[in-house]
Design a protein around this ligand. Structure first.
Ligand code: PLP
Length: 381
């Protein structure tokens, strides 16, 4: 099926056996299953129940992968994937702009296992220069959080393959509607389903997808040991949410581009970060590897520091809240949320200023979003 809108609504072809004509998927709440005639042992902690496998296959179909595993959070998918391919004395290269949880995992958890990490800038050369004899994994976020930096996937996938290194991409910010890392040659694509896939700011989950059969067993073995399986009703809710993924993301893409252009022309805005703007440094690579540029953008306000809370307090539609990707537009200040543990100097070095805001565009009418931002900026300017 070529068209994403249709794939989202009909992600699995054919009728379900015993569905009694139901047009939706079914929920099987059992945690205990007969094993005498079964081909595979079914158990939630083995990631092998009907609803878990069905949701995993749906996401795999969307990501153009062969198979997938679903988890109770994005972090469970990330830690499982990384730990499946590393052991004592191994080395990992992460892209420098990283979700805070992944960064903490690299800095605080991996050293306990004697696994070391390096951080690459968003260029092929930077990744190549960091490869060591014991490098096992390259882990990339693109577009990145919060400055929407773009990392070239195809070139890095080739470099990694030549060196026998597993590649993992966190595809949360783009969603499969905008970016398909496996098509670029990446081994494993990961999602915090809590974001665009769930899409309603009410469903925590995670997923990973691959088309390499050899990776399935190591991943399932690690996943079983660390827990993090997803319940049948959450699987169903996730499946239902995916039916509108294409519609939601298409609107979010449009809203984000319009907002980015509007913000860029605003006298109270210093800088806008959006890969869909031609002057964004990653624009040309984004055009090659993304279908559209996504619903996330960041901007810096040219407003005195003491007026920044006034801006946030005057928003009526947009919520100042963590998380992203849902139908409600959300805004957050990375300096006091994701990057609050860095010193002011460290924050400056990664481009996170106090007046930087990350904006997750929802599906509201664009005029209402522009009006809300304009009123709040005017109140603070
Ligand atoms: N990856 C990205 C890019 C994220 O923004 C987040 C959460 O904010 C995660 C992974 C972790 O996902 P979860 O909160 O579902 O564990």
């Amino acid at each position: 099926m070529e068209n994403f809108e249709t794939l989202c609504v009909h992600p699995i072809s054919g009728k379900e056996e015993g569905s009694r004509g139901s047009v939706t998927g079914l929920i099987y709440p059992a945690t205990a299953y007969d094993y005498i005639n079964g081909e595979e042992l079914q158990y939630p902690g083995f990631y092998s129940t009907y609803n878990q496998k069905r949701l995993a296959q749906i996401i795999a179909n969307m990501e153009k992968g062969e198979w997938g595993v679903v988890f109770s959070s994005g972090m469970a998918a990330i830690s499982t994937a990384v730990l499946s391919f590393t052991q004592q004395n191994d080395h990992i290269i992460f892209s420098k702009d990283l979700y805070g949880g992944a960064w903490s995992f690299a800095e605080k958890e991996l050293p306990k296992r004697n696994i070391s990490s390096s951080y690459a800038d968003n260029t092929l050369e930077s990744f190549a220069a960091l490869i060591r004899r014991n490098t096992r994994v390259i882990y990339i976020e693109t577009p990145s959080n919060p400055l929407l930096k773009i990392v070239p996937l195809k070139a890095i996938a080739e470099l990694a393959r030549k060196n026998g290194i597993v590649t993992i991409v966190d595809n949360t910010f783009a969603s499969p509607i905008n970016q398909l890392p496996l098509n670029e040659g990446i081994d494993i694509s990961i999602h915090s389903g809590t974001k665009y896939l769930g899409g309603h700011n009410d469903l925590p989950y995670g997923a990973l997808v691959s088309n390499l059969a050899a990776h399935r067993e190591p991943i399932l073995t690690t996943a079983k040991m660390y827990g993090g399986s997803l319940s049948p009703d959450q699987c169903y809710l996730a499946e239902r949410s995916l039916k509108t993924l294409a519609l939601r993301v298409e609107r979010q893409n449009q809203n984000a581009l319009t907002l980015a252009k509007w913000l860029k022309a605003h006298k109270a805005v210093k800088k806008v970060y959006y890969p869909g703007l031609p002057d964004h440094p990653g624009h040309n690579i984004a055009r090659q590897q993304m279908k559209d540029f996504g619903g996330m953008l960041s901007f810096e306000l040219d407003i005195p520091a003491n007026k920044l809370p006034v801006f946030l307090k005057n928003l009526r539609i947009v919520h100042p809240a963590l998380s992203l990707g849902g139908v409600e537009s959300l805004i957050c200040s990375p300096a006091v949320t994701s990057h609050r543990y860095l010193t002011p100097e460290e924050r400056k070095s990664v481009g996170v200023t106090d007046s930087l805001f990350r904006f997750s565009t929802g599906i509201e009418h664009i005029d209402d979003l522009v009006g809300d931002l304009d009123d709040a900026i005017t109140a603070a300017y």
